[in-house]
Design a protein around this ligand. Structure first.
Ligand code: SAH
Length: 221
């Protein structure tokens, strides 16, 4: 990963980052996830006016009524996929591109799909700037997810669905996993879904709040 670029006070940011990583490593047992977060400059994904929040454990607004998710939730979702490094994974909801850059360090290939073209473009610029070559950014079309490159061994849905989206489950390989917030528009339960030969297994990981997943098999705009 290339060195960070920042306008803020670097030493203060480094202290905040160290504090965040310590706090995450007490709760997240997947060391690969922690290492990827420690290597990734989150300030690049946070707007200039919110730089002081780059290493706080909070979601931050990124415009277009969307947010970069809270670091703890990002870490929890990544850990729940239990990636080894050889997988092809899909992220639904590129947003700022932060989670895609983390996935790029944990899996072999990442496809990330975003419905707001302007966000997809900005995210792709950041991803390239950081030198990540194994991430493909796609602007969402009619179908939920990205069937063109399916099946995926892991799918992360970074927006809230009313029910487990069948269209996405079809894109998971047998034995693969999907992590998805499921529930109402305002509050959801984070679910880990493991696809089996005949059906799927679901485990609840706890309460969370995500922006809505829009479109087919999800919410209306
Ligand atoms: N993972 C992001 C945060 C995502 S916020 C990060 O690390 O910054 C959720 C994103 O999902 C928003 O940008 C929203 O536009 C997008 N989204 C909502 N519905 C979608 C859909 N059906 N397909 C693709 N993206 C969608």
């Amino acid at each position: 990963m290339k060195p960070r670029v920042s306008n803020g006070s670097r030493s203060q940011m480094e202290i905040a980052q160290r504090r965040l990583i310590e706090s995450l490593s007490a709760r997240i047992k997947d060391q690969r996830v922690i290492d990827a977060m420690a290597r990734t400059p989150r300030e690049i994904f946070v707007p200039p006016q919110a730089q002081d929040l780059a290493y706080e454990d909070v979601p931050v607004s990124i415009g277009h009524q969307q947010t970069i998710s809270q670091p703890y939730i990002v870490a929890m979702m990544l850990a729940a996929l239990e990636l080894q490094g050889h997988e092809t994974v899909l992220e639904v909801g590129t947003g700022s591109g932060y989670q895609a850059v983390l996935l790029a360090q944990l899996a072999r290939r990442v496809v990330t799909v975003e419905r707001i073209a302007a966000l997809a473009k900005e995210a792709e610029d950041r991803i390239r700037r950081l030198g990540c070559r194994n991430v493909r950014v796609e602007v969402a079309e009619g179908t939920l997810g990205c069937p063109r490159y399916a099946p995926y061994q892991g799918i992360i849905v970074a927006a809230a669905a009313p029910t487990i989206p069948q269209k996405l489950l079809e894109q998971v390989s047998v034995g693969g996993r999907m992590v998805v917030p499921v529930g109402g528009r305002d509050e959801q339960d984070l679910k880990r879904v493991v696809k089996l030969e005949n059906g799927f297994d679901v485990v609840g990981l706890g309460a969370c709040r995500f922006v809505p997943l829009i479109g087919e098999d999800a919410w209306e705009e």
